[in-house]
Design a binder for this molecule. Sequence first.
Ligand SMILES: Cc1ncc(COP(=O)(O)O)c(C=O)c1O
Length: 391
Amino acid sequence: MKSEKKSKLGFSTKSIHIGNTPDKEFGSISPPIHLTSTFLKDSVYKNRGHDYSRVSNPTRDRLEQNLAALDNAKYATCFSTGMAATTALFQLFNKGDHIIISRNTYGGTYRMSMNVLLRHGIEFDWVDTRKVENVEYAIKPNTKLIHVETPTNPMLEICDLENMSRLCKEKNILFSVDNTFMSPYGQRPIDHGADVVMQSSTKSLSGHSDLLGGVLTTNDKELDEKLHFILKATGAVPSPFDNWILLRSTKTLSLRYQRSCDNAMKIAEWLNKKNLTKKLLYPGLKSHPQFLLAAKQQLNPNGKRIFGNMISFDVGSEEKRDVFLERLEIFSLAESLGGVESLVCVPYDMTHAAVPEESKLEMGITKSLIRLSIGIEDYSDLIDDLNSSFS
Ligand SMILES: Cc1ncc(COP(=O)(O)O)c(C=O)c1O
């Protein structure tokens, strides 16, 4: 396909066709998986495009083209997990450099930063990124990266991407966004000025809870080369099989993500009306303090507001939490999110176990805070399951 035509394609067409051209040998419509660790060389200095699968692999190349196109980016680097992607992003920096991160970020990002890279001399500050002024105040002469999550996990706090990007450009600081919760269907941070987008493809991108993966996308060629170099040097590559499954899965991202968000909106409205919880968080509810900001920057590829497939609420006590979890039949108690099946988790003891108690409580992550990941089941069944589980 000519590159001029490629750039005009709609999101769903890109998700199905970019990286998925039929193979040259037999014309298979579903592309082949190159399950190989190494490649035949014609001579010491001549290969046929690939040497060794840690460095590059045809199935990974296809996936990288596909994921870059979905983010409206030129380049993508794929990793074995979301954490491997975030680690590689932070490894762009050196001893003595300073990184600012959203205070309410995924617990694993906190664990990796404070227990691994801090020991290697990188400095971190955890800031409430709902206000750009807070970040401006935290900038130091050695600040090299501002990394935000929006909406955050699990408190669904929103960061103003355009204003944050303006600040980063003004101060000459790299700006990266963890877009895992929204997926490229719900939010495309590069269009708002982000330099790098990070995603755990374990979540909505793959959507079937059957693989682990991570990806970094950018429009900056030099940056992409550095990220590919870190991937090659450190080796956290995804397997050809996982690359293939993910390439197959993004074909249905539009359908899955839209449906899960439509379900989430109906469930959040129902929870709100029933007034069953102590605190209810969903960016699509007018009661969410940043509803207008979410409505401005979280748009599906057709320009319609979309508020994500995650809902958090507090049931008020550990006793009520346990009864609620025990009674659920369709929602499964499990880590992770973004799959076709609905999941429930208790961030305090599960996804955010690594975050110090004091910080968790300051952000409202109590032992009775529940996080729902809404799937694509019939929403009436999900509502029935929730209804019969509140005590
Ligand atoms: C927002 C967010 N970022 C990053 C990650 C890490 O991704 P992975 O589990 O694929 O390493 C997660 C995992 O839950 C997440 O929720």
